[in-house]
Design a protein around this ligand. Structure first.
Ligand code: PLP
Length: 389
């Protein structure tokens, strides 16, 4: 009998993160695994979505994105990143950053071409390479600073390299790539004629440091990179609407044209009324982002304090809303055994570190907590975690 599913699909495993969410619900554990807010989305943004439905914006939008929304993306990109982009030719609206990344890869990669991925990595990038027939090359970032070795990065580039995936601020480490690191990546992209695919979904979630200069830098803004970068973003994290599935990408017209074609055949388009609400959201004043940053800083500092108090060694994140912790001192055989203990006996769900590595052994000493949760959720988790002492 023939295989009923493709060889590509046979390579996939269940998403560990989503599996942890289901397990948390079954065992009534507090879910600090999957990165979605449990607090309400901003009232005015929800109102904009309801208004759009009431105003009967309920039919297909233009496949590559409603004009209003693309204009809002261009306007926000100008004030926030200082980049001028043409909403007519350089923007595509997608169903989340998730579709943005896979559509970008399908648009640019031919079978056998290579894509460089930094590990640990957000778990979707690996299946994205399978779906787009890319060969993957990993460059490891090392704790505690999550630095990579420039020589290893250089060695990963070759004639077959088509793209490099960057994610800054980074899930799961909280690393924010520095100008120096991005310049090195950019120079290699230029030398080897490689496209940068940059996932900047956490661009507004940053934690200033009194000593180090923590800034979000978009690689597209570096000299020589504007036309060889596809920047991917989303409403999901910045506006607390992960279920809306509205994202976008911008880049040079030929690359975006390719993405628009893939996107058209994959999904036809993202939800029309939610794109209208997205146009409203992206026009929020800078104070919106200041509040967002301060709220996350409070949550980060709280959870960091609790985790350190009960015995975790934490990698203090500079951005995004996760804390990757070292669990060696707890004496479990590996992070799967520890995660099971945490969910079943302590009542808190987290993600085992192995889900962020190609070789599970490399993540065997880590688990990831997320803190995009209400204060009361974090306090309840803190109380349960005291049992670890
Ligand atoms: N990219 C990164 C780095 C993420 O952490 C996530 C979600 O956790 C996504 C993309 C998914 O984004 P979206 O909800 O826009 O598809």
């Amino acid at each position: 009998m023939k295989n009923r599913v493709s060889r590509k699909v046979m390579r996939f495993k269940e998403s560990v993160i989503r599996e942890m969410s289901r397990k948390a619900a079954r065992l009534q554990a507090i879910n600090l695994a999957q990165g979605f807010p449990d607090f309400p989305a901003p009232a005015d943004i929800k109102q904009a979505a309801c208004g759009a439905i009431e105003a009967d914006i309920n039919q297909y939008a233009v496949t590559w994105g409603a004009k209003n929304f693309r204009d809002a993306i261009a306007a926000k990109t100008k004030w926030h990143l200082g980049l001028e982009i043409d909403p007519e030719t350089e923007v595509v609206v997608t169903c989340g950053a998730t579709e943005g990344m896979i559509a970008a890869m399908m648009a640019i990669v031919d079978p056998g071409e290579e894509v460089i991925v930094f590990e640990p990595f957000y778990e979707n990038y690996w299946p994205d390479t399978i779906l787009s027939d890319a060969a993957i090359r990993y460059v490891t970032m090392h704790p505690p600073e999550w630095n990579f070795n420039p020589d290893e990065l250089r060695a990963a580039f070759n004639e077959k390299t088509k793209a490099i995936i960057i994610n800054t601020p980074h899930n799961p480490t909280g690393k924010v790539f520095s100008h120096e690191e991005l310049r090195l990546i950019a120079d290699l992209c230029i030398e080897y004629d490689v496209i940068a695919l940059t996932d900047e979904i956490y661009e507004h979630i940053l934690y200033p440091d009194p000593v180090r200069d923590i800034r979000h830098i978009s690689i597209a803004t570096l000299d020589g990179m504007r036309d060889r970068t596809i920047t991917i973003n989303s409403l999901s994290k910045t506006y607390a609407v992960t279920g809306w599935r509205v994202g976008y990408a911008f880049g040079a017209p030929d690359l975006i044209h390719g993405m628009r074609q893939v996107h058209d055949f994959l999904t036809v388009g993202a939800a029309a009324p939610l794109q209208e609400a997205g146009a409203y959201a992206l026009a929020r004043p800078p104070e919106y982002y200041d509040h967002l940053q301060k709220d996350y800083q409070r949550r980060r500092d709280f959870l960091l304090g609790v985790l350190e108090e009960v015995g975790f060694k934490c990698h203090k994140p500079d951005g995004a809303y996760y804390i990757l912790t070292d669990i060696t001192d707890f004496g479990f055989v590996d992070e799967i055994a520890f995660t099971d203990h945490l969910i079943s006996d302590i009542g808190v769900a987290v993600v085992p570190g192995s889900s962020f590595y190609r070789n599970p052994q490399m993540g065997a000493h880590h688990v990831r907590f997320c803190f995009c949760k209400k204060d009361e959720t974090l306090h309840a988790a803190a109380e349960r975690l005291q049992k670890l002492r």
